[in-house]
Write a protein that binds this ligand. Structure first.
Ligand code: ADP
Ligand code: F6P
Length: 483
């Protein structure tokens, strides 16, 4: 804990783990990297359902100075709050997918009541000078509920996913209620300046608010700080993972797969196979179908890659109870089968997709074995995979990052990666071709630029700058980047 600042209390739907277990999700990874260093209380859902739901007993586990306290949800709460409102309404909407968003008043009601119940369960654990930090789209109302419970200390909020433009957000029946509730927080953090501007535009256009200097916005009698705080990773820790024995084993295993000379007569005489990797939760926001099409186009338009480019997509299942995710899985498996059926030879399978989880060390080894990492979401708050890939490379023979223009990480990494429009199949194929053939010197130069960004914009930096803004509260006064 920094001197003079209160205890940090983080509240999020997912809690932990703090160790190296495989866990897909940027929030858990970013927050555990930050909390491990500072200590504090982490409160949220246990991941379990029980009959008593949010009225159940609290469960607490202490690890590395972090006390992780969780509660269950009932089956009805899980359905209405998590699957329903959070992931059928808010997730698609905030990712600009109005076509997939579903709205119903039952899940709206349950979402509000779970927010209220989480607030009333955490309230007795709070101390007066705690700095409370609420995370993500599951808990828009939690701050205002804590105020109703009488909490007078500082409360901050961070949105891990994009905030869509007001033209889209206003389609949500409760859009005004949500943004008004957000105004109960003292500081509202976003991943990028685009997200922050969308939020401020909603306040102005829909709620008659006004933009003040110093990244503040006023609506009625409430003034809040709204600022971008791009999340990062523990880059040094991740670089150490990448040279661990477990990473080494995975790297070696993949090298064995790629240390094969291609039998394709179109390929360069002495070409070895080159590995392309993608690592994403199986989510429609990640642009996986479009990415597969891009890879297929690479094999069509640049036939020298047949037999020599090997694509490994790690895609752990996520939210598999929801129709949109079931459908996506079906389409991806069909497309992978189609590409393999069309191009495979007796000694080469072009595309491999696997849904299993890996430890963070094992994943670091996979990144290190790759010549190219494809990170091509259609929309993404930040995307920590892009930063992990950079941190895992070595200076001698670094891989190339191909990154979507719609990922939050673009703002920090664009000077070193190849930017693509994930909707443009030719663009993805062309970028892959360029990345696979990039000379060593250019790879090293580009990687140095990205390395600098990833090692300066860490999880610790993210956490400290948010906490600093929260501790300063109304005194916060910082010019906008473009002001
Ligand atoms: P999101 O938060 O939308 O899932 P991010 O890219 O920001 O996207 O974060 C994903 C996190 O999940 C990364 O830290 C990544 O390493 C981790 N992850 C992804 N796939 C796996 C997997 N198969 N096993 C373990 N961790 C994974
Ligand atoms: O980082 C975005 C995020 O939505 C987190 O809020 C979430 O924990 C993670 O992705 C994984 O999703 P879920 O918690 O629904 O499994």
């Amino acid at each position: 804990m920094a001197e003079g600042q209160g205890r940090l209390v983080a509240i999020s739907n997912r809690v932990g783990p703090l160790n190296d277990e495989g866990k897909a999700g940027g929030l858990a990874v970013g927050l555990s990297d930050a909390l491990k260093r500072r200590g504090g209380l982490w409160f949220g859902w246990s991941g379990e359902t029980s009959e008593k739901g949010t009225f159940c007993e609290l469960k607490t586990e202490v690890q590395d100075h972090v006390s992780m306290t969780t509660i269950d949800m009932s089956a009805e709460e899980l359905e209405g709050f998590y699957f329903g409102y959070s992931n059928r309404s808010l997730w698609p909407l905030l990712h600009y997918r109005l076509d997939l968003a579903e709205f119903d008043r039952q899940s709206d009601r349950i979402y509000r009541s779970v927010n209220q119940r989480f607030a009333s369960r955490v309230m007795p654990l709070l101390e007066e000078d705690d700095l409370v930090w609420v995370h993500d789209y599951h808990f828009f109302y939690l701050g205002s509920e804590l105020r109703q419970c009488g909490f007078k200390g500082r409360i901050g909020y961070f949105l891990h996913i994009p905030f869509c433009p007001p033209e889209i957000f206003s389609a949500l029946p409760a859009s005004h209620d949500i943004v008004r509730a957000l105004l109960a927080y003292d500081v509202i953090g976003f991943q990028t300046d685009t997200d922050r501007r969308n939020f401020v535009a909603f306040c102005i256009r829909e709620l008659g608010g006004e933009k003040l200097s110093g990244q503040r916005v006023r609506v009625g009698d409430r003034t809040v700080v709204a600022r971008a705080f791009p999340i990062g990773i523990d880059a040094q820790g991740y670089a150490r993972f990448a040279v661990s024995p477990e990473a080494g084993e995975h790297e070696e295993m993949l090298h064995d797969l790629t240390r094969v000379r291609t039998s394709n007569p179109d390929a360069d005489g002495d070409a070895w196979r080159k590995l392309i990797v993608g690592v994403d939760r199986m989510d429609y926001s990640k642009g996986l179908l479009e990415r597969f099409r891009g890879f297929e186009r690479l094999l069509e338009d640049y036939p020298e890659n047949r037999g020599s480019a090997q694509f490994l997509q790690v895609a752990p299942l996520s939210r598999s109870e929801l129709d949109a995710y079931v459908e996506l899985r079906r389409e991806l498996e069909e497309m992978a089968g189609h590409i393999n059926g069309r191009f495979a030879t007796l000694d080469w399978t072009p595309l491999q997709i696997m849904t299993r989880g890996f430890t963070r060390r094992a994943l670091a080894g996979i990144y290190r074995a790759a010549r190219v990492c494809l990170v091509t979401p259609l929309r993404d708050g930040m995307n920590l995979v892009a930063k992990e890939f950079v941190a895992a490379q070595d200076a001698e023979d670094p891989g190339v990052l191909v990154l979507s223009r719609f990922a939050g990480a673009r703002a920090e990494l664009e000077a070193g990666c190849i930017i693509v429009n994930p909707y443009n199949t030719d663009d993805v194929a062309g970028a892959l071709q360029r990345a696979l053939n990039m000379p060593l010197e250019e790879r090293q130069r580009r990687w140095e630029i990205m390395r600098e960004a990833v090692f300066s914009g860490t999880a610790a930096h993210w956490c400290d700058s948010f906490i600093d803004a929260l501790a300063r509260g109304a005194d916060f006064d910082e010019p906008e980047a473009s002001e």
